[in-house]
Design a protein around this ligand. Structure first.
Ligand code: PGA
Length: 260
């Protein structure tokens, strides 16, 4: 028997220096502890900027916090003359567990293609990091192709051609819902998550049942419950609301286990 343990992930984006980051981790750990959070029931992970990963790791180790840390990006290269890039092995040394790959802001502002996202997934697999593969349609793609065509294309492209698939997570984030206050309805989000799982199943078989699919886009403590109700949604990827420890702890309180 396996289970899909919900994952609540906080993407801090380009906010907070390393001192502010450790202050927020401390506050978040304290708030979760005060609320009696059971990390075996709901995994909680935060994604600070690269400059804060080392301090975050030191604090988490010293205090034995059960929070995980993730990185917001990874280089597709493993080592060498790639100025400004950060490799998978560098992240692994900092006890990073997850890496956001193909976030829509990277696709949009840094021209990340499906092919590059596929290479970054490979970089995660070879460093034993778990990619959170972000997929989602823009407003105009929604209008011309409907909600699931683009996310399904993006996930299949990201998973294509790997020798073997290791653990990965999918985050379905409609681009039009990110940072806008607009949200997909829980029914829409569940339907796309279901299509994503079905597409993974058709191409990669039973691994699809184990994959956690998160919803992201203007998630808050007041709307999280609706998204988590869908049988195919196993957690949330939170941007703006993850910068407030009370709000994020409120989101993390929502429990759901899928036992397979
Ligand atoms: P948001 O961001 O919660 O601020 O909409 C989500 C994300 O970009 O992951």
């Amino acid at each position: 028997m396996t289970e899909r343990i919900p994952l609540i992930a906080g993407n801090w984006k380009m906010n907070l220096d390393h001192l502010q980051s450790i202050a927020l981790i401390q506050k978040l750990a304290w708030t979760l502890n005060e609320k009696g959070h059971d990390f075996k029931d709901v995994e909680v992970s935060v994604f600070p900027p690269f400059t804060a990963l080392r301090s975050a790791q030191t604090l988490i180790d010293a205090e034995k916090f059960e929070l995980n840390i993730g990185a917001q990006d990874i280089s597709q290269h493993s080592v060498g003359a790639f100025t400004g890039e950060i490799s998978g092995s560098m992240l692994a040394k900092l006890a990073v567990k997850y890496v956001l790959v193909g976030h829509s802001e990277r696709r949009q502002y840094h021209n990340e293609t499906d092919e590059l996202v596929q290479q970054k997934v490979a970089a995660c697999f070879s460093a034993n990091l778990t990619p959170i593969i972000c997929v989602g349609e823009t407003q105009s793609e929604l209008e011309s192709h409907g909600p699931s065509a683009v996310p399904v294309r993006q996930i299949l492209a990201a998973l294509q051609g790997h020798e073997s698939l290791k653990e990965f997570v999918v985050a379905y984030e409609p681009v039009w819902a990110i940072g806008t206050g607009e949200v997909a309805t829980p029914e829409q989000a569940e339907q796309v998550a279901q299509e994503i799982r079905k597409a993974i199943q058709e191409v990669h078989g039973e691994v699809a049942e184990q994959v956690r699919i998160l919803y992201g886009g203007s998630v808050k403590s007041v709307n999280v419950a609706g998204f988590m109700q869908g049988p195919n949604i196993d957690g949330v990827l939170v941007g703006g609301a993850s910068l407030d420890s009370d709000e994020f702890a409120g989101i993390a309180r929502y429990k759901k286990h899928i036992v397979l």
